[in-house]
Design a protein around this ligand. Structure first.
Ligand SMILES: [Zn+2]
Length: 148
């Protein structure tokens, strides 16, 4: 039985810069150095032009709600203990084809439970935040933002 939240491996080469940036509260993704397109999740080769040359760019952290859900049981026990919470699929403003998943959190982003969802809707403005989940893991999460 899973007793703790499963955390990502943050030292795997294609992903490591993403997780390092997250520890600095920055949302950073790959940009192809040949065709300039952004790509996420991290991968060794551009899916558009097959170039292996890329740079890491820091995004604004602004996004819009593409979709969301409020998980319901049955869930793994560790997730059931955290109910109620909201999972958001966030469309980044720099490229609407790139979506990043994360919890919706309150403005203090200390908790994922009992977040005010009054203004939660498809297309609502979001800003990224980062929640520390271990000494080497900060997970991206989102707050509702009225000013984008
Ligand atoms: Zn490319």
């Amino acid at each position: 039985m899973i007793e703790t939240i499963p955390l990502p491996a943050t030292d795997y080469p294609p992903d490591a810069p993403f997780w390092s940036a997250a520890l600095r509260s920055q949302l950073s993704i790959q940009q192809c150095e040949y065709c300039q397109r952004l790509r996420f999740p991290p991968r060794p080769m551009c899916p558009h032009c097959q170039s292996v040359e890329h740079a890491w760019v820091t995004l604004s952290g602004r996004a819009k709600v593409w979709s969301f859900t409020m998980p319901q049981p049955p869930l793994l026990p560790i997730f059931e203990k955290m109910l109620p919470y909201v999972v958001v699929l966030a469309e980044i403003v720099e490229d609407p084809n790139i979506r990043i998943i994360g919890n919706l959190v309150s403005e203090t982003y200390e908790s994922i439970t009992n977040v005010d969802v009054t203004n939660l809707k498809i297309g609502a403005d979001l800003r990224v935040r980062f929640r520390s989940c271990a000494t080497d893991v900060a997970l991206p999460c989102w707050i509702l933002s009225e000013e984008l």
